[in-house]
Design a protein around this ligand. Structure first.
Ligand code: KG4
Ligand code: ZN
Length: 374
């Protein structure tokens, strides 16, 4: 099945073309596999950077501008808007005839941005359906997209985890992004439940706020990572920031206190620690909590694997620390982190979640749901 996926929940406009095969029944042997034909992302970082965060109306404007451009790139044509205003498909849009399923993010996210993607998907669907009556359109949760991103491999290869369900489930999944910090238990691919989540700021949001305190540009996560790893090396142990809720038995998180601790530290700066030290010590505090709780859940639920997802999961220091903690404490547990382009927002993950929803005949209403939960 060929899937066209659209993602516009925040500040990345993304469209992907993904081939999917197989079913959900693990005993059928065919497995579930994905091959990425195109995975395009138009980043808006430069637009929002002067404001220190995402400006919803600017983001919406950029999505409106970028969607036809990306679609044109997918079709290898220069003017998609022209094509869609005329009758399609025509000879220049052969790829459009081969699409079986359109998937689009319906939430959570910024509603004006979500509507842009939904309306674009609906328009495309209604034009294409006259020529292709079997075409389907499904709305997808952005969070499910992140959750299933471990199923993605690089372009033009069928995904690697195919048929390895017995090495993966039950799994503990940690979803860490700019809007969310959620720990989930996945019994199998479609049965999952939330174990805990942040009670205030998401960890990515905390990275962004601490970066601002340190005078670093938006988005702060990659900047803090870079600073912490800078030549002289940030020394994570010269400052001790709090590890909020690390000793509580539940699986909830809290990061706003950690951000405030950095703020007070900067205000009262007494010793000769550098910005790199602060970045490294902050990262260490945040990661200790994430890893500690995730490993504790993996032990309690006898998980076969730990999966991490979302923008923060692209942090190499976090991945390294996770790997070494899993190796020393849970040597039989597998650890998976998607490659960087599948950790941060992308449309390929919306195609994967779309296919899994389609196989279950699960239907979301095609309206923007800014606060959709998992
Ligand atoms: O998943 P994502 O692209 O978008 C959301 O769904 O929110 O995540 C974006 C978040 C931002 O807060 C960004 O600062 C953070 O992920 N992030 C990172 C890194 N790369 C992105 N945080 C820490 N280290 C990174 N390398
Ligand atoms: Zn995201």
């Amino acid at each position: 099945m060929r899937i066209l996926a659209i993602e516009t929940s925040c500040d990345e406009t993304a469209i992907a073309l993904v081939e999917a095969k197989g079913g959900l029944d693990p005993s059928a042997g065919s497995g579930l596999q994905f091959k990425i034909l195109k995975n395009l992302v138009a980043s808006q970082i430069k637009i929002h950077r002067p404001y220190g965060g995402v400006v919803p109306n600017l983001a919406k404007r950029e999505h409106l501008k970028n969607l036809p451009i990306l679609m044109g790139e997918i079709l290898k044509i220069s003017n998609f808007q022209f094509l869609i205003s005329k009758q399609i498909p025509n000879s220049k849009s052969k790829i459009l005839n081969t699409i079986d399923l359109i998937t689009v993010t319906i939430g959570p996210g910024l509603e004006p941005c979500l509507w842009t993607g939904i309306n674009f998907a609906k328009e495309l669907y209604s034009k294409l359906r006259t020529h292709n009556p079997k075409l389907k359109l499904v709305g997808i949760s952005h969070l499910e997209g992140h959750l299933y991103s471990f199923l993605l491999s690089q372009k033009s290869q069928w995904s690697m985890v195919n048929g390895q369900w017995s090495k993966i489930f039950p799994a503990i999944s940690l979803l860490v992004s700019g809007g969310h910090t959620i720990l989930l238990l996945m019994k199998d691919l479609i049965h999952y439940k939330k174990l805990g989540e942040t009670r205030d700021d998401a960890v990515g949001e905390c990275f962004d706020k601490v970066a601002r305190l340190l005078g670093l540009p938006y988005p702060g996560g990659p900047e803090i990572e870079k600073l912490a790893l800078r030549q002289a090396q940030g020394r994570p142990n010269v400052i001790h920031f709090p590890r909020p809720m690390i000793n509580q038995k539940n699986y909830d998180f809290s990061f706003s206190g950690l951000k405030t601790a950095v703020l007070y530290y900067l205000r009262d700066l007494r010793n000769n620690s550098s910005a790199a030290d602060i970045a490294a010590a902050f990262q260490a505090a945040a990661f200790d909590v994430l890893i500690d709780k995730t490993l504790r859940a993996a032990k309690e639920y006898k998980a076969k694997s730990i999966l991490i997802a979302g923008g923060v999961a692209s942090n190499k220091t976090l991945q390294k620390q996770f790997k070494s903690s899993v190796k020393s404490q849970l040597s039989n547990v597998n650890f998976f982190a998607p490659t960087k382009n599948f950790c941060t927002d992308n449309a390929a993950m919306i195609a994967v979640a779309g296919y899994i929803n389609y196989l279950q005949d699960k239907k979301h209403r095609l309206i923007a749901q800014g606060n959709l939960t998992i």
